[in-house]
Design a protein around this ligand. Structure first.
Ligand code: ADP
Ligand code: AMP
Length: 217
């Protein structure tokens, strides 16, 4: 299965991807997670990406495309779920080219739809584990012990780009540069819209139901 998960930052892409991976066994490829890992170990790519990420802008297309095409090659035949990529029409075109070359194709796009006000509060309330990457929310998905990861006992962190000033910029970037990616795919691939404003489990159920229909077509 090869799926692209679209939607504004904070829509729940990462949260749903983890569940999709458990069910379908594909590899979760999050461009944001890969960039944060590059930054954590201090690579050239991580250093180049840092100012764009901290201000809520986009990292240049050429860097992102090279990074994601490399990650897709490593994913192997079980497929992948792309989370946060492509984020511009140029990235989508480059992705198409890379897939053509590899003789692979995207099965569908899932478009998580949600209002800006809701995603803003999801982002500002998001907390994550610096060790295992588990994602929580201060109200919607609390850890068992306040601010401590259920899995490994680490203190949870708030992402720097989840501060309110940066969140506003990320949403602006989404509307100006990423929303058009949906239009790019509309006549090419099945684009499945999901109401991402529902509770986490209900969003998962809606996604599984839609993907089930796709598989039987
Ligand atoms: P994205 O990967 O799209 O940026 P995340 O999956 O990290 O978004 O979710 C953003 C925040 O919102 C996290 O704190 C997560 O726990 C919370 N969240 C995700 N989905 C929902 C939902 N359906 N309802 C309420 N909170 C959610
Ligand atoms: P995310 O974790 O998906 O919210 O991404 C965090 C930040 O990484 C974004 O705000 C961008 O600065 C950068 N980023 C992630 N994916 C991309 C992409 N496909 N293109 C450009 N920048 C990206």
């Amino acid at each position: 299965m090869r799926i692209i998960l679209l939607g504004p930052p904070g829509a729940g892409k990462g949260t749903q991807c983890k569940r999709l991976v458990e069910k379908y066994g594909a590899v979760h490829l999050s461009s944001g997670d890969i960039l944060r890992a590059e930054r954590a170990i201090g690579t050239e790519l991580g250093k180049k990406a840092q100012n764009y990420m901290d201000s809520g802008g986009l990292v240049p297309d050429d860097l992102i495309v090279a990074m994601m095409v490399g990650a897709m090659k490593k994913a192997g035949k079980g497929g992948f779920i792309l989370d946060g990529f492509p984020r511009t029409v140029v990235q989508a075109e480059e992705l198409d080219r890379a897939l053509d070359k590899a003789g692979e194709k995207i099965d569908a796009l899932l478009n998580l739809q949600i209002d800006d006000a809701v995603v803003a509060s999801r982002m500002t309330g998001r907390r994550s584990c610096p060790k295992c990457g588990a994602v929580y929310h201060i109200e919607n998905l609390k850890p068992r012990v306040n601010n401590v990861c259920d899995r490994d006992g680490m203190e949870l962190m708030q992402r720097k780009d989840d501060q309110p000033e940066v969140v506003a910029n990320r949403l602006k970037t989404y509307h100006e540069q990423t929303e058009q990616v949906i239009g790019y795919y509309e006549n090419k691939k099945p684009v499945i819209s999901i109401d991402a404003g529902m509770e986490i489990d209900d969003v998962t159920k809606a996604i599984f139901a839609e993907l089930g229909k796709l598989k039987t077509k």
